[in-house]
Design a protein around this ligand. Structure first.
Ligand code: AVI
Length: 321
């Protein structure tokens, strides 16, 4: 590996890749998996029979729609702000119910991708034309700040998919603190947390036999090759998943099956891999009530209710300040 330190970078993607691949042990940040191809692979993951998370949350929203809606809707209506709205498949269950019950609410889906938001807006126009939709393109916290004075009504901030699980606990606490700072006393946070369960079920969810998850993980390398002029041979890396049932942390790795050197032109970097050397690529944290209560307390939030599926694989909690 070259020893001189690069100090100027054209983007945070460059800088983060440089830092991760010159560290020991090596790592890459999971947020960079999601380019167009990564988004598509994640959609495919959500359709896998092994990836139980999506169906569990869908099941919760279907079984407990009226209970959830009763908690979220304030007496004067409310604004429903969804962080990371995606295709809205799960959210539409709730939106449909709220519309049928004539609840007075606005739906404000937040996403970094204008495309995703436009598609969601168009699908809602045909499927649920009675819902008032106001798309918000931007990062989560910039948008929450911008929406602070959007209306005087109760705000419900919603984040589905156990996306918080991709953060280390200290980062999750900061994330929740930022949400809490955007909430007033009557506001609510509705958030999904994947739960600890039979460790084999978790390992299978992140290591499907068809190799979709492996391709998703290797998209890190594909993206570096395309955008940073890398020459990773993706076949010489294997996807590897571990799960620690005590901490509840599932960890994804790419393991170099041979000794090799990879060049990344845009970073001016030669990266050496010993045989079986690893790149840590993602964590997917699994929770129990004790851990969720602790995270909430650290972030100045209180869990006031939760909803779960038949097997208690997954929980959606409601938090207030
Ligand atoms: C987006 N996130 C919650 C997924 C998860 O379960 O950690 C990403 C994922 N990684 C591998 N499979 C799915």
């Amino acid at each position: 590996m070259r020893t001189q330190h690069k100090t100027t970078f054209a983007s945070s993607f460059e800088e983060d890749c440089y830092n991760g691949l010159t560290s020991y042990p090596k790592y890459l940040l999971s947020k960079y998996i999601y380019d167009q191809k990564g988004d598509k692979l994640f959609q495919d993951i959500m359709d896998l029979p092994e990836y139980y998370l999506t169906n569990c949350e869908y099941d919760i929203l279907q079984r407990h729609t009226s209970g959830i809606a009763a908690h979220l809707a304030g007496p004067n209506g409310f604004d429903l702000i969804e962080l990371g709205a995606g295709d809205g498949k799960k959210t539409k269950v709730l939106l449909r119910h709220l519309a049928e019950k004539n609840v007075n609410f606005n739906y404000l889906p937040v996403d970094i991708s204008e495309n995703v938001l436009k598609e969601l807006e168009n699908s809602l126009k045909t499927e649920l034309p009675e819902v008032s939709v106001n798309i918000q393109q931007g990062t989560y916290f910039q948008t929450l700040e911008k929406l602070a004075n959007y209306s005087s009504r109760k705000k419900v901030i919603m984040m589905l998919g156990s996306n918080i699980g991709n953060l280390l606990h200290k980062d999750a606490i900061n994330f929740l603190k930022n949400i809490s700072a955007a909430m007033s006393e009557e506001d609510m946070l509705f958030m999904g947390f994947d739960q600890k369960k039979d460790p084999q079920i978790i390992l299978d969810a992140y290591n499907d036999p068809t190799g979709v998850t492996a391709a998703f993980n290797k998209n890190h390398l594909v993206r570096i090759n395309r955008e940073l002029g890398g020459n990773f041979d993706t076949d010489s890396f294997m996807h590897w998943e571990t799960y620690d049932p005590e901490s509840g942390t599932a960890r994804s790795f790419l393991v170099s099956m041979i000794e090799q050197t990879v060049n990344i032109d845009a970073l001016g970097l030669e990266v050496h891999f010993d045989k079986w050397e690893t790149i840590h690529t993602e964590i997917s944290q699994k929770y129990d009530d004790q851990t969720v209560n602790w995270l909430a307390k650290e972030a100045n939030l209180k869990p006031v209710e939760f909803f779960t599926d038949e097997r208690s694989y997954y929980k959606n909690y409601i938090f207030m300040k």
